[in-house]
Ligand binder design. Structure first.
Ligand code: GLV
Ligand code: MN
Ligand code: MN
Length: 414
């Protein structure tokens, strides 16, 4: 059993074929959640899972579950999964790797003629990225009961299209939500940060994920003519917004090395070069591995933003739209990942995830852990995102062995 290996070339080829769906000019992908490219990615996934002999189910928020039976159908499944949606200028591996690695595990079990004791399941979670519909990790969050079905389906994108409408448009609205018996959930992912590469390690044994809070800020001043309006009389919303951007960046730097603080979106109204901006909407993403420190960071941000608005004579609407607390993964499963890395002869280190992942919400309803592999320069959420076939295969081998340890093997062809 110790020598079982997945097929690294097949894993790589599947990733490259999937990456043709929504391919962008600079070598990345744009598969925004519940758009036609997302549907095409799902259709390909479903076809590949059927060809691998799996049964398929889709739930009420569009999460897809492929199932390979075990000897004992009464046992809770050992599950893996990730997401197929991407950022607008996303890479080929974020999410897709975890899904294709799970598929490669299923295909390898077939090739090796392995019967597991427990069933094995592979999930595709809807809208992990949170860029078309905010917040992130929505499908797994709805599955885990963090978001209700109604509020999930009612979320709207920037064009006013609801999640439910978009789900119907791609034909992926199924039935039921949550409650699948899951003995263990593992998720493989690229690290999306620079640590593994810098230290020359192949496997990240992920012990948990940092906490994050998302805000939406609207500053309202007064639109006025850019020529005749004296500087002293202005209530310029963009000047206020630029101070908020500086504040966010300053707070991130002040709480180095663990804090992360980002303004990712900015909308200026009316966005005309000779009108003093009357209204600006912006998003803020604050993260820290310790909940207490994240709380303090958020309090400083809220206080500072209020002061900026008051000083600029601006009306402020400050909304916290999402809080995902720091989430430690399950010790036993983290150990299973560590020991699979060790037995596979791969270099490894423990680490905390800087990014959010579906495993964070799955950890609320089942034991969960993650496996990271390096990505070039630590760059992700970028079309140039890249990882080596060897590292991707290593992570998939760790996934195979961690899953087999939990699922139990009753037999294999000689
Ligand atoms: C998910 O991609 C995140 O923002 O962490
Ligand atoms: Mn991801
Ligand atoms: Mn992502």
């Amino acid at each position: 059993m110790e020598n079982l290996r997945i097929d690294g070339k097949r894993l790589w080829d599947s990733l490259m074929e999937l990456a043709q769906i929504g391919a962008t000019g600079k070598g990345g992908v744009c598969r925004l959640a519940l758009t036609d490219p997302d549907r095409q990615g799902r259709d390909l996934f479903v076809r590949w899972c059927r060809e691998a002999g799996c049964s398929l189910e889709v739930d009420a928020v569009g999460n897809i579950f492929a199932r390979r039976p075990g000897r004992n159908a009464a046992l809770p499944a050992v599950m893996t999964g990730s997401h197929l949606d991407s950022q607008p200028t996303g890479g080929k591996f974020d999410g897709a790797y975890g899904v294709m690695a799970g598929l490669e595990v299923l295909r390898s079990l077939n090739d090796l003629g392995i019967e597991t004791e427990a069933p094995v399941e592979l999930a595709v979670w809807t809208n992990e990225e949170g860029c078309r519909f905010a917040p992130a990790m929505m499908g797994s969050g709805a599955y885990a009961g963090v978001f209700t079905l109604e509020e999930t389906l009612a979320r709207r994108d920037g064009e006013g299209v609801s999640y439910g409408e978009a789900l119907d448009a791609i034909g992926y609205r199924g039935a039921g939500l949550g409650g699948r018996p899951v003995a263990a959930y593992f998720e493989a992912h690229i690290e999306q940060g620079p640590i593994l590469e810098a230290e020359g390690k192949t496997i990240g044994v992920v012990t948990g994920a940092q906490g994050q809070r998302w805000y939406e800020v609207t500053l309202t001043g007064q639109e006025a003519h850019a020529g005749p309006t004296p500087m002293a009389r202005r209530r310029d919303a963009l000047v206020g917004a630029s101070r908020v951007v500086s504040l966010v960046n300053r707070l991130g730097l002040a709480h180095r090395p663990d804090a992360c603080a980002t303004v990712g979106m900015l909308e200026v109204h009316p966005n005309s070069r000779n009108v003093i901006p009357g209204r600006v909407w912006l998003t803020v993403d604050l993260r820290h591995p310790e909940d207490g420190k994240l709380q303090a960071l958020c309090a400083e941000f809220e206080r500072g933003t209020r002061a900026i608005a008051a000083a600029g004579g601006l009306e402020l609407n400050l909304k916290e739209i999402w809080h995902s607390p720091a989430r430690p993964f399950t010790g036993e499963l983290v150990s299973a990942v560590r020991s699979a890395a060790e037995r596979g002869g791969f270099s490894y280190r423990d680490m905390v995830s800087g990014a959010g992942h579906d495993a964070v919400y799955m950890a609320r309803v089942a034991p969960a852990a993650m496996i990271f592999v390096p990505c070039a320069g630590g760059i992700s959420h970028n079309e140039s995102e890249s990882a080596t076939p060897g590292d991707l295969a290593a992570g998939c081998n760790v996934l195979l062995h961690a899953m087999l340890e939990r699922a139990g093997v009753c037999g294999a062809r000689a």
